[in-house]
Design a binder for this molecule. Sequence first.
Ligand code: M6R
Length: 590
Amino acid sequence: MCGIVGYCGFRKAEEVIISSLKRLEYRGYDSWGLAVRDGNELKIFRSVGNIGSADFTGHFSGNMGIGHTRWATHGKPSEKNAHPHTDCTGKLAVVHNGIISNFQTLKEELSDRGHVFRSDTDTEVIAHLIEENYSGDLKTAVIRAIKRLNGSYAIVAIHSEGESLVACRYKSPLILGVGDEELIIASDVPALLDYTNRVVYLDDGDVIELKKDGYSIWNGKETTRSVESIPWSIEDAEKGGYEHFMLKEIHEAPGVIENNLAEYVPRDIELDVSFAEEVDAITVVACGTSYHAGLVGRYVFENLAQIPVRVEYASEFVYGSFLQRNSLVMGITQSGETADTLEAMKRAKKMGSKVLAITNVLGSSATRVADYVIYSRAGPEISVAATKSFIAQLVVLYLIAIELSSIPLSEKRKLIDELKMLPGTVQSIFQYESEIASLSEWISEYENMMYVGRGYGYPVALEGALKMKEISYIHAEGYPAGELKHGPFALLGERTPVIAILIPDDSYSIMLSNIKEMKARDSPVIALADENDTEVEKYVDRVIRIPSTRSILAPITYSIVLQLLAYYTAKARGCEIDRPRNLAKSVTVE
Ligand code: M6R
């Protein structure tokens, strides 16, 4: 999704803006631009495509400016639709993330009053509304203008006559970085980290004015917000010698598991889930990979804690869902900013449920909506494909389920011990990496794939297929293995390889029968199987060995292998791995 940056300080604004926008490239964009106040003039540049090695030496020389990477929603990617957008005078410019849902009405109204529009965007109405309300004080003009907006927004505005930037947010993230004699405002933490790790998370309704000598926040009245420290360094958000962020992040899984265990199980589990002890049911709301984590959670909670769990796509939950009395709603979201998940969480609250956020991002919107928060400590995840954050979500879900379970203490301890062995187990997966890479070369020739599993293997299959289609653009479907014969069998054949998730538990023998059926329809079958499995080779074309662990924990090990499989397949197909086409890291529109 779009990225926003605003700078006010002593450095050359264009240098800070360009380097910070590059830090936001992972969010996905199709065009970009910046505006810098240079003397009493506003200089603007906008372009389609990537920032690349943009160099403005000699063009700009101000210390205050705004920048934006755009992911098209209203109007196609083009120079005229790229931000910043200006008013009629050209003295005022704005960048905006989110969607102004009443922009059409506003545009007609403003046009009737003589405003001339030069883009197809919803954003441009904001510039014209601020212009109408401007009489020398940008902050007042912004406060008046946003009263007319419906929808979601994070906005930064600049005026050629002013000494300040004015920004505001509603349902779209915006964070202030507080440096020494400089301020930087952005939609996401990596944009700030080169300059400071001291941040202020803004709330919905906040309007902030940034000046060289400080800032002030207004939300109906003058307001203060605490300054917090980000526990990540810029190195955490860099590639560290890996060709892609995705590969680096897959390799960070052992450390991520360790981090979560160190945080929540220093000795015994020290995760406070007392709020969930009396609940009769759990409903998970989430999207994409986080939804798949919820599906794994369903099996884990039902098996370990005998709590019924429903897992809902957040985008569907809002349509007339019913919540059982005494339900806990879990919003699982890596970014903490996914609009559909936030809406579902808010709806659950309105319906009287307590809401827990499981999120990777400190201070994100999900943490404000929720009654309780548990951080899944994965560190910054830059690649659009969620990898280590999924593993972190699973670890947190295991820990909550173990804590809520009434299994004997000795059994709980065994499970914890096995979780503690997982970093080593996961590390040993990487010894098979070159095998996985060579198998991926072969897979890369196909255009359709099927992923199947049962029990714990089913959400793993869904997640494996999502990862494959997302970054390699191969059409991949995940299915419960038992469902194939109810329709998808028609798609099997020698051009449709099947990835079969074979977990050595009570699903194993029926999975072997299903595999026979698939082989009988000529599909090549690749099995992911436990390293001690001596049967599987007789049934399938290729086997990827997975280091042994208890079946309940297998979603972690098997998923990491599927992440590698997707990565190397995408690489073999020459895809742009960290920023797949049409996708964004943080989906902040419904
Ligand atoms: O930040 P969230 O966990 O809420 O994001 C949800 C999905 O957009 C996300 O998991 C998406 O499916 C990933 N790109 C998949 O790799």
